[in-house]
Design a protein around this ligand. Structure first.
Ligand SMILES: [Cu+2]
Length: 315
């Protein structure tokens, strides 16, 4: 049945915890197929058997047998089994058996019309303070990060719409939104969660395969809802570590002329993950990291003086 559903368009499950969702899907479809095989012929039979030309007058007695009661009872029992046997345990796994934070990647995702903002705590493991009053799209501070706060200094904010994670490690995503209700949906991870204003809602999943897939917004959130598309990139652990280190250094340097080469390699990582080649992606991530380190050295050697010299020329 799962194979049939996959052929009909169900995306592959590439997560460790998604199997419970698929079980519930499969058994729901089995019940529906059984119901269809009984009800559809029965419906056609009644259309012919009780047609107006043969039955000009309605029967005031109706059916006397209890057969239909037993059938309805059977369907109800099946539905109880679906709920108690599949849906409740899947939900329990999702909300009660969250992996311990120490063994997981913890990332914040902040939704906005019509983008996904991804926020990593950086090496210190602590998210910098955020405040809605600090949100300023013109200086690209989409989540209102307080750059004055000590814990914010090492935070990593990749380009909007790109979520990076390592393979075979649970990820806990803390969801929040700047504006309206959105819905964070990654079909291949069997994750879909509404993002509600004023709340921070955790979801978790464990990717089991490297590569790149789509994140969708599954809640009609405004007139450009259709373009609220993001990407989830699953790296090897080594590739992920190097990629995040490189990204962190590039953010710190904050000078495109210096980080141009490293940026090019970072783009290559994404390109190769999309093509399903995580090994090549990993080697590009390692290269990006060393290029970023070189750029950082260059910046330090240049020092602050040069910047002021440039400034004088303009005056
Ligand atoms: Cu949305």
């Amino acid at each position: 049945m799962l194979e049939l559903l996959t052929r009909l368009g169900l995306p592959a499950n590439l997560s460790a915890q998604g199997g419970t969702i698929d079980d519930a899907l499969v058994w729901t479809h089995i019940l529906m197929v059984i119901l269809f095989l009984f009800w559809a012929p029965f419906f056609i039979y009644t259309l012919i058997r009780f047609r107006k030309s043969k039955n000009p007058n309605a029967s005031y007695k109706g059916i006397r047998s209890h057969f239909s009661n037993y059938m309805e009872g059977g369907v109800a029992v099946f539905e109880v089994v679906l709920l108690l046997g599949f849906a409740f345990p899947a939900w329990e796994l999702r909300v009660n058996e969250v992996p311990p934070a120490a063994d997981a990647e913890i990332v914040r995702v902040v939704a906005q019309q019509f983008k996904w903002n991804v926020h990593y705590p950086g090496p210190d493991g602590e998210f910098g303070r955020t405040d809605v009053s600090l949100i300023n799209d013109e200086v690209l501070n989409f989540i209102g990060l307080d750059y004055e706060s000590e814990t914010a200094k090492d935070d990593i904010l990749p380009p909007q719409g790109h979520l990076h994670l390592p393979v075979d490690k649970p990820a806990i995503i803390q969801l929040s939104t700047r504006d309206v209700i959105h819905s964070f949906s990654i079909p291949v991870m069997r994750v879909k969660q509404d993002v509600i204003p004023g709340m921070r809602i955790p979801v978790w999943f464990e990717p089991t395969q490297t590569g790149s897939w789509e994140i969708a917004c599954a809640q009609l959130c405004g007139n450009s809802h259709y373009e609220m598309k993001g990407y989830i990139h699953i790296h090897t652990q080594k590739g992920y570590d190097a990629f995040m280190d490189a990204l962190s250094i590039v953010n710190e340097i904050d000078d495109y002329d210096l980080t141009f080469e490293a940026d090019k390699k970072l783009n290559k990582v994404i390109k190769f993950l999309r093509a399903g080649d995580a090994e090549t992606a990993e080697s590009f991530a390692v290269e990006a990291k060393s290029l970023a380190k070189i750029a950082l050295q260059e910046k330090e050697e240049m020092g602050e003086e040069d910047e002021w010299e440039d400034w004088d020329e303009w005056e």
